[in-house]
Design a protein around this ligand. Sequence first.
Ligand SMILES: Nc1ncnc2c1ncn2[C@@H]1O[C@H](COP(=O)(O)OP(=O)(O)OP(=O)(O)O)[C@@H](O)[C@H]1O
Length: 246
Amino acid sequence: MIEIHHLCVRYGDLVALRDVEGTIANGTSLAVVGPNGGGKSTLLKAIAGVVKPCDGHVHTNGARIAYLPQQSSVDRNVPITVAELVSFGLWRETGWFGAIDAKRRARIDEALTTVGLTAFASRRIDALSAGQLQRALFARLLLDEAEIVLLDEPFTAMDAATSAQLAALFANWRAQGRTIIAALHDLGEVRQYFPQTLVVAGRPLAWGATDEVLTPDLIGNAFAFATADHHHAEPHAHDHHGHHDH
Ligand SMILES: Nc1ncnc2c1ncn2[C@@H]1O[C@H](COP(=O)(O)OP(=O)(O)OP(=O)(O)O)[C@@H](O)[C@H]1O
C-alpha cells in the first residue's frame, strides 16, 4: 500500500503539486491525468523518491519500485545493445554489471520476445525508433520484479497496436498484485486500461473510479488550467472544492 499524506512538492518558488492525500492499495491500476504542467510527473517522482516533498510525505512501506521516466529523459547515447539494456532489469539480482548466466539469458530472451524485439537484441539502442526503445524499456520492466511500477507517459511514442500489446502486460502485473501508476494524456487509453483515475492540476481535482471521475465537467475544469498562468502554485490559493478561480 502507498500512503500519501498532505503531499506538497516545490521547485524553487513554484509549488508544482500540493494537497495530495490518499492511499493506493496493492494491485491498483491508477491513471494520473491532467493538463501539461499539472504535476503528473512530479507525483510519480515523489512516489519514486526522486523529488523530496516540501510538506507531507509518501510512504511506500519498503516496496520495490520501478520507475520509467518520460522518454525524453532516457539517455539514448549510452553505447549499449538492446539486450544489455533489458538485462538491467535483473539489477536487483545481479547488481548493475553482474554476470548473466544461461538461465538469466533465457529470461532476457523471453522478455525480448514478449515485446517483439527478438530481432533487435544486439542492435545498439541509439539505432532504435522511439517506439522500439519504449518496447525495450518495457522488456526491462518485465524482468524487474517491482511491486510498484511507475510509468510516465508510457504510450506516447507508440502506435495503437503497440500500446495495446504492452497494456496487455498490465493484466499479468495486476494478477501478480503489482501496483501500476501511469501518467497519461490519452483519455481513451485511461478508460480502456485503468480502473482508477486521479486528476491533478497543481493539486488533486478528483480521485476514484475512472468512469465516475472522467466526466465532461471535470475534464473541462482540469484542462482549463492549461490556459491559466501558474498563480495556482501560490500556497495561499487554497480551496478544496475542485475548481480553479484563475
Ligand atoms: N526540475 C524542475 N524545475 C523547475 N520546475 C519544474 C521542474 N520539473 C517540473 N517543473 C514544473 O512543475 C510543474 C509540474 O510539472 P510536471 O512535469 O510534474 O507536470 P506534468 O503534469 O507531468 O506535465 P506534462 O503533461 O507536460 O508532462 C510545471 O509547471 C513544471 O514547469
